[in-house]
Design a protein around this ligand. Structure first.
Ligand SMILES: C[S@@+](CC[C@H](N)C(=O)[O-])C[C@H]1O[C@@H](n2cnc3c(N)ncnc32)[C@H](O)[C@@H]1O
Length: 199
């Protein structure tokens, strides 16, 4: 089963623990504290779009993309309820160019980390760079392999795997050990990694 099929199956069964019903604090902190000014933004693997909707409410022109029809449909409904404008496209990010490029800001929470081979991670990073304008920013929130856990949880990457995948397209502005926003009493550890497209 491909990564995309696996997620589609999980949305169908409702097994979606990452879907916490609010924007992730890692996103809201980075955008407000750095700050990142409003611009065209792409949310890759947007899921049911809580992060896209937050960005749209904070001055960004947002495109959310996902391969799950259920997730996109839910995102459309939530954006309508929140009375914000977002463009949603059901497209495989790894295989297609997303309409609206180039973007000034790319965000993903839990999409990049889903690709487990170094080759796929590098391909993902190269595609992000191809969708960004010069010096554009990419914030990725990814499972952190420094958490030694028993049982289920998000895919995990080492700091080295992330850095290897994003070179030579990005410079690492920050790579911080954090945790996912979660409804679980012990939130999974995460990397909060802010990158800037080179040259
Ligand atoms: C862990 S979920 C996170 C969803 C959302 N970002 C959130 O934080 O709630 C990863 C998402 O990536 C999507 N995805 C996986 N592969 C994809 C691809 N090739 N192109 C676009 N979306 C993809 C999945 O369908 C899923 O919604």
């Amino acid at each position: 089963m491909t990564v995309e099929e696996g997620y589609r199956k999980r949305y169908r069964s409702g097994d979606i623990p990452w879907d916490v019903g609010r924007p992730d604090f890692n996103l809201t902190e980075v955008v407000t504290q750095r700050p990142i000014p409003g611009c065209k933004a792409l949310d890759i693997g947007c899921g049911t779009a809580d992060n896209s909707i937050w960005l749209a409410g904070h001055g960004f022109q947002v495109t959310g993309t996902d391969t799950s029809e259920i997730a996109i449909q839910k995102g459309v409904e939530k954006a309508s309820e929140a009375k914000v404008e977002c463009d949603f496209v059901r497209i495989d990010f790894l295989a297609n160019r997303i309409p609206g490029a180039p973007f000034g800001f790319v965000f993903d929470r839990g999409c990049f980390h889903s690709f487990r081979s170094q080759q796929d991670r590098s391909r993902f990073a190269r595609n992000v760079a191809a969708h960004l304008e010069g010096a554009g920013l990419w914030l990725t929130i990814a499972g952190n392999a420094d958490e030694h856990r028993q049982g289920p949880g998000p895919p995990q990457s080492t700091a080295g795997e992330i850095v290897l995948a994003v070179e030579p397209h990005f410079e690492v502005l920050s790579l911080i050990s954090s945790h996912f926003d979660s409804n679980h009493p012990h939130p999974p550890r995460a990397w909060r990694c802010l990158l800037r497209k080179r040259g």
